[in-house]
Design a protein around this ligand. Sequence first.
Ligand SMILES: [Mn+2]
Length: 332
Amino acid sequence: MSGFARVRELAVPGGSRVIAVSDVHGSVVILRRLLAKVGFRADDTLIFVGDMFLKGPAPRETLDYIIALSAQPNVFALNGNCDWVGRDGDGCGVPTLLDADVRPRAGWLTERHTAYLSGLPEIIALRLGGEEYLFVHAGLDPDAPLCRQEVKTCLTAGAFAERGFASGSRLITGHWPVANYDHSAPRHNPVIDAERRLVSIDGGLVVKADGQLNALIITGGGFSYVCEDDLPEIAAPRDCRGSSGATLNLTWLDRFVEPLGGDGEFKPYRHAATGRTIELPDDCVWREGELWCANGTDFRLAVRAGEPVKLVREYSGGMFVKKNGTAGWIYK
Ligand SMILES: [Mn+2]
């Protein structure tokens, strides 16, 4: 069984820009706006770090757009777990879009689409100036050489940035919404870990109500980014003091809670991982069998009256908004 990842090697001239975008998840309108915002042009190199079209509002249009872009010599893409159509005869242990349970969500895929997807690599190794940058959707096995990386690890490794990766190269990944790395507030901007040479860029678009699409911009001089989402911009209704003490952001792996009763718009829950109590509206809470789960925060944003913020949701007791990529509450 050969489940080794394909590696594509690229070299781009020093002084040019490399732009990385991951987890577009079918949001072609936001993608187009993001590329306009970043000023994407022919002498940039654009890399899609997987999870391009499934889950979101316009899967087919998004895939067609990325295939059309990929006809340009400066645009590249790699496989995410949501793009995987498998390869002849291999058993990588990753469900494919052609499996019976997934196929209905991607029944429109044509031969042209699957030919494109099956030709994608899982790893891009790019030289820019004197540095090597590795792009992979989820993560890499730190103990294996690049030519012996398992497809499954590349496409599905979870919470990769918590494990780390020692390498002389800089590694850019998507897959794990970066807000899941932050236990105090939902922060969606790219996480640049200079010490460990790791950059995580999944802004949680589509999968989180307050998510966004991030474009990481790489130059010889370092990293910067721009972000885009579909949230309406409003003026903050009043001055609000931000959180001063410890706050809680419930991440995916720590999503389990215990309801403590209450009948108001915000009900108290005990967070299983920390034992702390957090008050959340009903739309942050769901059941998984016998277990109660929640996605939310008690982080309060500091804003001035009239300051522009993005509105995520409005409740009678307050607003959940986002400012500079961080979401939080403005309570009444
Ligand atoms: Mn994804």
